[in-house]
Structure formats: C-alpha cells, structure tokens
Design a binder for this molecule. Structure first.
Ligand code: F3S
Length: 688
C-alpha cells in the first residue's frame, strides 16, 4: 500500500497564526482568563484541547469576565474592539491579515463615500466583521436574486468573502457589474481553499481511496471532501483517526490523504500512524519523488520521523532574498497577489511591472501566469509576504551591465531627477549619475530638460561594491557623430557626382557642404576659363553639383570640381557662336595686330586690327581699351584649333536680311585672313 500526502495540509496561515497567539497568551497572561470571541477554529478536537489550556470560546461579549480576549481570524467590527477595550479587557487581534485588508478597504470606501458590494454569506462572522468597518449602505449579495435586487451603483467597489470559491465568484461578477458597471473589483479571495481543492482532485485521480480529515462543521473541509469524491468515489471524510475505515482501506493499493484548513497537524499525524496498523505503508509526497518504506518491526519514532519529514516537505520554506516561482492569483491597480506555495500569498507592488502609456494592469498581467519573484520580507507586518520582481531584474541587469561595459557597449538611459552637479537616470532599472559636464558636447544650462527623456549613454564607471554607476551622454553623442561621419566618408567615391551647398568662400576656392562633410572646390575647378575670385562664379548658400575629384580619408579632405560637370567652352563654341551672329564681349587683351575679346570665361576671339573700324587705324589702343564691352560679329569658329574670328567693324553695320548672304561671302574671305592672324597672334604671345 502506498500513502500519498497532499502538498498543502494542516492549518492555513490565518488559523495557525490565531492558534499560536491563543496558546502564547495562555503562557503570557498567567492568572488571567483567556477567551476567544467565537470558536477560533471549526474543529471540536482543537477547541477541547484549547479548553484544557484554559482558553475558552464565548459567542457574545456579554459572556466575558475580565480577562484577555482574542479576536479570531474571521475578525470583528470596529465597535466590538472599542466595546471590549472600554469594558477593560486586554484585546488580542488575531484577524487574518487577508481579512484585515478587506476591513481596511471597507474603511477607505467609507471615508470616500463609495458604495460597497460585499459578495458572501450575510451572517458569516467575517462578512459581519468587514461591514463593521464600513459606515454607510453596504450591499451583501450572494444569490442571483440578491444581485438582481441591487440598485444601479456608481463608483462602487466589490469585495468578496475570503473563502468564496473563485469559480462561484467569477460566475457572479458579470451580473454584479451589470448593476455597477464601473465598479472596482478588489482582490479578496484567499486561495488556500481553492489550492487544496485543486490538489485534492489531482491526488484523488491517482488513488483508489482518499482520506479527507476535517471538522464535521468545517464547511471548507466538507467541500474538499465533496471535490475529492467527485473524482474518487472511495473518499472518506473523517474527523480523527478513530473514524478511519481500516477494514475497507486494507485492500487499497494507493491512498491519498488531505485535510481542510482547520485541521491540526497532530490529527493528521494520528491518522497516518493508525494507517500503519493496516500494513506497511509507503509514504509518498507528490512534491518529492523520494519514498520511504516502513518495515513493520521498525520503531514508532522512526515512523514519526518519516511523517515529520514528509509533512515538512509539504510546506514551502522561504527566506528573504530567495528567488522562487509563483502564479499570479489576482491584481488590482496597486498590487499583484502571487501564490508562491507558501502558507501565505505574496504581494508585489504594481509599479514593479512596466506598463506602457495607456496600458492597464489587465493588458500585461493574467491570472495563472507564472512569474519569478524574490522574497523581500517573509512578513510585512500584516502577515503578507512581500515580493519583488524588480530586484531580480535589477540584479540580472547589473551583471549584464558590468559585462557589457567591459565590452564598451552603449545603453539607453531615462532621466529621472536633477541633483547637485548632474542628473540621476536609470539604466536597465539601475540608478546612474550623469555629471552635468557629461550631458552634452556643449554646456547644458537646463538639466531638467533631460528628465523623462530617453537617450543613449556610455558607462564611465561601475562601482560594484557601492552599486554605483557614472554614465556619459556626451561620449555616446560624440561616438554617434563620429560613426555617422565615418559612414559618410565611406560612402564618398572618386568620380561620383554629389549635390552640395556653398558654405564659405576664400581666395583659393569655395567650401561646399556635401552632407556633413565640407569639400573644397579649388578656384581652378570652379569654371572653365580664368576665374579671378570664387565669388565671380558661386555665392554662399548656392546649391551646386560637384564631381568628387579626390578623397583623402586619412587627412579627411575631399577635392571637388564644378567645371568638370560643365561642357568645355570650345566643345560647343560652334553651336553657340554662329558665324554672322552679333554677340557682346569684353576686350581682355590688346596686341599690335588686334584685340582679344572674351565671349565667355575660357572663350576668347580675335578682332583683327583691320576689323576694328571702317577706317585704317595705326594703333589698336587708340580705339579700344582693356575691359571695354563691345559688340562683335562672329566671322569664323574653329573649335579644333580654338580660334574665333570676330569683327567690331561689321557688328556696327546694320545688316539686312538680303545682306546676310553677302556677309557670309565676306566671312569666307576674312576666314582665310584670320588663320594668318591667329598664327601671328600665337607667335607674338609666345614672344611676349
Ligand atoms: Fe486567512 Fe485564508 Fe485562512 S483568509 S484564515 S488564510 S483561509
């Protein structure tokens, strides 16, 4: 035969706490009568044991003699406490902390003038106790009819009796919300009962007989027995070891044992010990795979030790700093309740969960979700376990941060608060100090503008002992700019055309911004022809197309050319300057045989001395001077030899349409002359 103990047996946290307080009071107040207001637990065996210790249960304050009065885990209303104190009793409050939370909530609702809807049994001491902390009209509902009778309520809050089965409440809640659509649903249900029922059902499915131990008048034990019976028909609901159906159990292969929340461990122990009378049972704890075979001849102490070990293993032990897994039981807009398998649930402040703007807790949290938590306090003073999710993340992030910092990584920081000398920011949830001088590449006079902002930082210093980080936004910005610049340099290729803006002019050229990099267009590369000063060709702010001539990445210099993208004047001179046409030019040079007239930068034509005036002239200077603007007639264009013959004389003779052909004939004559003239000009130029 194998005997399996359920994982959660014995008293629940609230009942155990109340019993401990009662027993302690018996020794703490010798000579004083110790009372409990109502039975501390629904188990006659426990009650009679307490009575043996001088702890008496009374139903009403009128029955009390002066002494110590313990208010049981169900709690009581404010008035009862006040009455007890004013009657001169010493009052011990053993209200279960989970019930106390509901009383406090009721008090808060009362202060805020908000309606209270309390789901539960209207005559249950816990319900009466909660109502005793609320001043106003409260609505206690349970049946569908009582819910239907609710008036329309605005800004209400729904509480539930802690022992309400979750399924039952889930079914009733939509009906309640029809009457109070914007009601707050405060997490109230204690999962101690539900957890036992779930485990009981699971165990029942594996066994051919189940023993459920609990007081006959304990409703949670009776419900537990019913739940097990639905799965395993051979379920026996017993109050103590005397009620064990030993004969019927003898033929069973595998027997499960569970108990209600008001069953003390000594009764469970007695049941187990009696089971060993049947034959040699093997204790199995579903949580722990180990099993122990108890030989018939072995001593009672050994069996007790086995039982104690198995029983001990059913209880989760926790300590501050321990990391454990838990399941979300419920949540509201301030805290998240997590079942960690301990006798008491744990709470995490909702602010530990990062909610994006516009997100509610329901968007990111789901009941039943498993999360990893760290135990901060085993008892926060109200009997609750204080948990943290953030502590684990911070520790994990710290390790990551130290490692990444060694690898010179960048991090996202969020500005939190201006402090003396700089800004406090969080990096992966860890506080970091950014000195004012490290906030930007320039002086920052308004540090507060970084509060609430997210920006990249580099870690300058990590003090592992003091858990301090010094970070720099400036270094991150500088690195970012350098990387962007390098990327731009990498994109520059000689021979490519780029657009740019003229930013600066100097005597030797123009600096053009080609997307964050300034390139130089040397004066000789601005235009074809002779450019005296860049301002003659371009102006500041002008957009220009440039050819990348040379990229010197090492010295970060780039040479650009504008003229290279323009056609060479001589290549198109014959298309632009048609013989016979009259154009304007500037006298740029005077020689003995004529004058050179610039038609455009890089394109000069010759006016032979014979073509300057109608009459013969001896000296060109007597008629023309350098810089003079003149009209000239194009006589001939020779792009091959870079020669244009011009005439001032003919440009001033009115030409009629009929004359045009005659002019052409003239040109042909002059054309021949021009060749000689150019040759002469060349020789003279060289001599000069
Ligand atoms: Fe408290 Fe839950 Fe027990 S509310 S008394 S721990 S069943």
């Amino acid at each position: 035969m194998k005997v399996c103990l359920a994982s959660n047996i014995g008293f629940c946290y609230g009942v155990q706490r109340a019993l401990d307080m009662a027993e302690k009071a018996a020794t703490q107040y010798p000579g004083l009568k110790i009372y409990t207001l109502g039975e501390i637990i629904h188990n006659p065996l426990v009650i009679s044991r307490l009575a043996e210790q001088g702890i008496e249960a009374v139903d009403h304050p009128d029955e009390l003699q002066p002494g110590v009065v313990l208010v049981r885990s169900h709690g009581a209303g404010r008035q009862i406490f006040e009455d007890l104190v004013s009657a001169g009793h010493t009052v011990l409050d053993a209200t279960c902390p989970k019930v106390r939370r509901l009383q406090k909530k009721a008090e808060e609702l009362s202060r805020d003038g908000r309606p209270l809807i309390l789901y539960g049994q209207s005559d249950h001491p816990e319900v009466l106790g909660i109502l005793g902390w609320y001043d106003g009209t409260a609505y206690v509902v349970r049946s569908a009819e009582s819910i239907r009778d609710l008036p329309a309520l605005d800004n209400a809050c729904v509480l539930a009796q802690t022992t309400t089965p979750q399924k039952e409440f889930d079914a009733a809640l939509p009906l309640i919300l029809e009457k109070a659509p914007n009601a707050e649903v405060f997490p109230s249900i204690c999962n101690a009962t539900d957890v036992r029922q779930k485990e009981g059902r699971e165990l029942a499915a594996e066994c051919d007989a189940m023993i459920v131990i609990g007081g006959r008048n304990s409703s949670n034990s009776a419900k537990l027995a019913d739940a097990c019976r639905q799965i395993c028909p051979q379920t026996y609901f017993i109050q103590d070891a005397d009620e064990l159906p030993l004969d019927e159990l003898r033929s069973k292969q595998r027997i499960g044992i569970t108990s209600g929340t008001s069953t003390p461990d000594w009764i469970i122990k007695e049941v187990y010990t009696r089971m060993s009378d049947i034959q040699n049972p093997e204790i199995l704890n579903p949580e722990v795979e180990e099993s122990t075979t108890v030989a018939p001849a072995e001593a009672e102490e050994e069996r007790e030790a086995d039982f104690a070990t198995a029983f001990e293993k059913t209880m989760v032990q926790i300590r501050p700093g321990q990391v454990i897994k838990g399941k979300i039981v419920s949540f509201n807009d301030s805290e998240v309740c997590v079942n960690i398998g301990y006798k008491s649930d744990g709470f995490i402040h909702l602010s530990e969960f990062e909610l994006a703007e516009g997100q509610s807790a329901a968007d990111v949290l789901h009941e039943g979700d498993e999360i990893e938590v760290e135990v901060v306090k085993v008892n926060d003073g109200e009997g609750n376990v204080l948990l943290s999710k953030k502590n684990i993340e911070v520790r994990r992030n710290w390790d990551e941060l130290v490692k990444a910092q060694e690898e010179n990584a960048r991090f996202e920081a969020t500005g939190k608060q201006v402090v003396k000398g700089g800004l406090i920011a969080t990096v992966k949830g860890i506080r970091a100090f950014i000195p004012a001088s490290q906030l930007d590449t320039r002086y920052v006079d308004k540090i507060e503008k970084y509060v609430g902002q997210t920006f990249p930082v580099k870690i300058l210093e990590v003090d592992t002992n003091r858990r301090r980080i010094v970070a720099s936004r400036k270094v991150a910005v500088q690195e970012e700019a350098a990387a962007a610049k390098k990327a731009k340099w990498d994109l520059l290729n000689e021979g490519e055309t780029v657009k740019g803006i003229v930013r600066r002019l100097t005597d030797f050229g123009a600096f053009v911004d080609i997307g964050g990099i300034d390139g130089l267009v040397h004066v000789t590369n601005l235009a074809w022809g002779n450019v005296k000063h860049p301002k003659d060709v371009v102006s500041i702010g002008q957009e220009v197309n440039c050819l990348i001539l040379k990229v010197d990445r090492e010295n970060q210099r780039v040479s650009l050319g504008i003229k290279q993208l323009l056609p060479k004047p001589w290549d198109v001179a014959d298309e632009k300057y048609i013989p016979g046409s009259i154009v304007t030019g500037k006298v740029v040079r005077i020689v003995t045989f004529g004058a050179f007239v610039e038609l455009e930068p890089g394109l000069d034509g010759l006016v032979h001395i014979s073509q300057i005036a109608d009459t013969r002239i001896d000296k060109v200077e007597s008629v023309l001077e350098v810089g003079q603007i003149v009209n000239v007639k194009v006589l001939d264009v020779n792009t091959q030899e870079h020669r244009i013959s011009l005439s001032i004389r003919d440009a001033n003779i009115p030409v009629t349409e009929n004359d045009y052909s005659a002019e052409i004939t003239d040109e042909e004559i002059v054309d021949g002359e021009n060749d000689d003239l150019y040759e002469t000009a060349d020789i003279i130029t060289e001599e000069e």
